[in-house]
Ligand binder design. Structure first.
Ligand code: SF4
Length: 321
């Protein structure tokens, strides 16, 4: 299947999106924080990112959903910083500040080509939201130099629907989180007190663009939406509310219910977030999803072993280094 960015009008869409996004950077509303800072003039908003691309690392990732990782790995690019500040973030070493390698879009294009060359099945852009302009510019360059694998937009769900509209026909696979069904937890845990409405609207838009039926070839996802939900300890009701909202959008959409929550140092002693999820909590969420009629679930084992990445290592996901 040909990626959207290689379709007959792909290059034109990329150019148009880049042009619009360049304008947005002068009064940034890329995400619902709507900081309206002029990032081209050095002003910084909630995400603390400037105008230049910044990434932590890029590598084949074998721990994504099987349809993304396959045998060659997802071609994961970890963008620095984030437009959320989840106090329990499993990627906290790279998501809570703007630090990393500063690149030009031609450099990122090369990174993408290298990931494809190493056998990755897709480009898995992690937290691209505040750096969308650089991603699109790099994609335009890479698409003219032979990039031909699907583009995955892997985000926290806190998206500006109007900005997503610019990506129609460009993004092949949307991989958003849907973290919260109530804004109280969204504010307390992630600093995003209007999360629920924005995430629901964003996911509706993603489903409109990419469809709610995941298209898979030879076991590898080519197009569609996979919604991730990380079950939090003591927050089963939050998870069930998330399921109710998604049910109102589609029960055919693929849903990845994650059991891997592990307390990071910042929340080791937190009264709610300081423990792992129990088997009972996780199974309640999965069973409810099945009862609600969700047809396409990715599930995990509840285990005691931690799979929190360590970005101080050369390979954050290789535990035996
Ligand atoms: S991308 Fe960053 S600067 Fe722009 S609105 Fe979001 S948090 Fe603010």
């Amino acid at each position: 299947m040909t990626p959207g960015y290689l379709s007959p009008r792909g290059a034109e869409k990329l150019r148009k999106a880049a042009e619009t996004l360049a304008g947005v950077m002068t009064s940034c509303v890329l995400c619902p924080h709507r900081c309206r800072v002029d990032r081209t003039a050095g002003e910084r908003g909630f995400c603390d990112l400037g105008v230049r691309l910044m990434i932590d690392s890029a590598l084949p990732h074998h721990g994504e959903e099987p349809v993304l990782s396959g045998h060659g790995g997802a071609g994961t690019i970890f963008f620095s910083s984030c437009n959320m500040r989840c106090i329990y973030c499993q990627n906290w070493q790279i998501s809570h500040h703007a630090a990393g390698k500063t690149l030009g879009s031609a450099d990122l294009s090369l990174v993408m080509s290298d990931l494809q060359g190493s056998g990755c099945h897709n480009i898995d852009a992690v937290t691209p939201t505040p750096q969308l302009l650089g991603l699109i510019e790099a994609l335009l360059d890479a698409s003219q130099k032979g990039l031909s694998i699907p583009l995955v937009y892997n985000c926290g769900g806190y998206e500006n629907r109007d900005i997503l509209g610019l990506l129609d026909g460009i993004i092949d696979i949307y991989l958003p989180d849907f973290k919260y069904g109530n804004d109280r937890d969204a504010q307390a845990f992630s600093g995003a007190g209007d999360y629920v409405a924005h995430a629901a609207a964003a996911i509706r838009e993603m489903v409109r663009q990419a469809g709610d039926s995941l298209e898979v070839e030879d076991g590898i996802a080519q197009k569609g939406v996979i919604i991730r939900h990380l079950v939090l300890p003591g927050r089963v009701e939050n998870s069930l509310e998330v399921l109710r909202i998604i049910k109102g959008i589609s029960t055919s959409v693929s849903l990845s219910i994650m059991a891997q929550y592990t307390p990071v140092p910042a929340v080791a002693n937190h009264p709610v977030l300081g423990r792992r999820v129990t088997k009972e909590e996780y199974e309640t969420v999965v069973d409810t999803a099945l009862d609600m009629g969700f047809e396409n679930l990715f599930v995990q084992d509840v285990s005691d072993s931690s799979i929190v990445p360590d970005f101080d290592r050369d390979h954050p996901f290789r535990w035996d280094e």
